[in-house]
Design a protein. Sequence first.
Lengths: 305, 391, 252
Amino acid sequence: MEVTIIAETTGDALHPVTAQLVGAACSMGGAPTVICPGGIGTSEASTISGVTKVISAEGECFGTFDSGAWADALSPLCEGVVMTSSSAHGREVLAQIAAIRNIPIIQDATGLENGIRVTRPIYSGKAIETSVVSPPCAITVRQNAFESPGSDGNAGISTVNNSSNIGVAVKEALAKASERLDVAEADIIISGGRGMGDPSNFSHLYEIADIVGAAVGASRAAVDTWDEIPHGMQVGQTGKTVNPSLYIAVGISGAIQHLAGMRSSKYIVAINKDADAPIFGVADYGIVSTWEDALPPLKEEFAKL
Amino acid sequence: MPYDALDFYDVDSLLTEEERMVRDMVRDFVDNEVLPKIEQACRDGEFPDEWRVELGNMGVLGAPLKGYGCPGLSYTAYGVICRELERGDSGLRSFASVQGSLAMYPIWDFGSEEQKNHYLPKMASGEWIGCFGLTEPDYGSNPGDMITKAEDMGDHYLLNGAKMWITNGTIAQVAVVWAKLDGVIRGFIVEKDDEGFTAPEMKGKHSLKASVTSELVFQDCKIPKDRLLPGVKGLRGPFSCLNNARYGISWGAIGSAQACFDSAKEYAMSRIQFDYPIASYQLVQNKLSWMLREITKAQLLAYHLSQKKDAGTWIPEHISLAKMNNVDIALEIARVARDIHGANGILDEYPVMRHMANLESVKTYEGTHDIHNLILGRHITGIQAFTRTLE
Amino acid sequence: MTIAVLLKQVPDTTARITVSGGRVDEAAVGKWSMSPYDEYALEYALQLKESGGGDLVAITCGPARASKILTDAAAVGADSLVHIVSDDSGIDSSNIQSLLASAVRRTGAEVVLCGKQAADTNAGSTGPGVASILDFTCVGMVSEVSVEGDGFVAMRTSPSGNEKVSVSKPCLFAFDKATTEMRRPNVRGIMMAKKKAVETWTPEDLGVTIDSPRVSLESHSAPAEKPPGQKFEGAESVPTVVSKLRDEANVI
């Protein structure tokens, strides 16, 4: 089965999801060609085990992200099952390639089987959809849902020059806003309680938050005890009600008022030195430890991701 | 937790689409702008001015009045608005009740064309706040014996006396004041800057803390002649206002009760004692099912009353029954909800004790619970029991 | 200038989703709402109309119940309402894109706004697909857009932060979470919305033939039960927990 993978890049290198896409393609019996838009990451792509061919897609249009222009330039190179990451860019480009090639598209696959049977979460994960599609088709794949194969490949690299008109002009690039994410809007939250001992220790939470793009929250006990911790950070009955994908509670015992604000989080990690703290009752993953011991390795592990 | 508006019999499905849209609009306002601020407003003892602005922007003030810049909604919609506002706080609903039913309504029904054109558009938009002066320090349930009086001085009226328990008094630009002119109760429009008029705020309330309550004091207060409401004489004036406000309260109390039920259910489901959620214990379930029962009955009562109100087939006694019943059960539900919350129930982290304290006022104002019983007693027997001569 | 906004009615994000007989049980959905990203699109469509003038057409494709969100759009200021009536069953993303693109073409709109993805399917194919069919420039992940000269300037998220981009007509903006929340309606708007007619267009009206779906839905199922909470002793368990977050929970 022919599979075309459009590589996901980050800066001047391949994004790790690219190898996972290869893994996903191989798992359903595909022999993937990897296209590297803008010629980025071609040599790395050629070493991914299972890749049969690498195409360096070069053209002026790849200097700016214009999904329509990219789709126009890449579409002629696509064959069979066309795959990208289900990142914002991946979805946008592949949806247009699918429209141009008039092939069906399934977004955000978390499972693929021969056939092609695709599973994906819908309703923000409140249900799972399984559907069947035949090549030619387009599929975007969720990051970390598939294993990366090894890197003992040695695929040939060819170059194609194929540009298209760009309709989007970048006038100004702005760095990520320095202001902190609001807990009500963040997908990952790391919250501290009175167990943090001193408000200055929240700096450890901020460091971790910066690595994973999280917001920093606090329990009412922390907000009430320390003037430095503003009410806007408070999660709980009188603070904000949050439902992020991941909530990390550090030094928070888990009073019912706090639980009321965060228990609908998809996954909860609790770090507390008291093994009997009620927070462990709602935690998916509990770590019985002081924050002093647990936060440094947590930061290190997150940085590795 | 998102608000799970208890509606066991799906009574809201009887509303028109327009009424449901108005409900959703007000509910959104309460969720996003009232609930995050209400506890602080209570601690500060202030009615946040941005709520006035937004009530005006939404266009819900004087909801059932037509023309003169007023919304022209159904009485059912007005009831729904009161219910949604009071889910936030009784003080917020009081603001809207007083503005619409007690200040705008008498101008709309009994005012001259000039008065309507002058006052109503600015009151509907929330630019001007109104209040209603009937109750006096010594005359509450018995307003007919009021002392406040007006004298005709030829080119103006002179007002003397004092009113008490006046919602919005201190922040109002416009006061509709009932006073005796030659022994007959008449309505006067008093403006904030009128000479001889002051409206000091009453402090120290344990109830309706986010609402402004005032005295209105008139000392040789000069009122231009064109501020007399020409269209009504006697107690029919204030009573017709009160009927509308009481109608709104019969809906509003349901909002408080729903908020208390919501909080109690949520708390009971998550509070663990003896290894299980307290919601799994029969005594707690009994309380919750009783709340459900009473709220459902109150909803049906209010809805049916609203249909009579819109059809014009109501009598004041219908309103008395609904106001009395719905406030009574709401207060009892708030008390039981506080019970379910245990010690946590006394904290302002939960809305129940605030609603409970508010409802103590609501039970008393706009005709006390007992007075409504007497109104119904008179209706049943034909014998009035308000007054008697003691030997 | 005609501005089109594409809206979808979805189960409210607070609604409980249940599966019965291998399908999400729509009858059990307590509350239907406008998809949240579409609300942002609608707000900015209103802002474009207010600053640049023109007519705002709200378009939805869905079963009869979906016309409710058009009325909601009218209550905040949409000028005309188009309902492409389709029963969801037997229609796939490609068909919906064709229908919406044809509807946009029929309105003559030169700028289209929509959410980046709907809260039910979570896919995100519609906006870019419609842009491609119409040959409109597509800008995704938009958080703001305003009129600038004959074209528009938009803010979009980029891997390194945000980018301000300028685009000419015709174009489509797919909204991520935006800077400004959708405005609340008011009573006057609600009363006017009630009087506003919803135009109903069928696939035949639009000259679109509905192809049999090329993605065949096999089943819906409830997500796997989360494993019971796991408790680990000591900070040395941190790497284990992080790898579980990545591989088991898939949240990082």
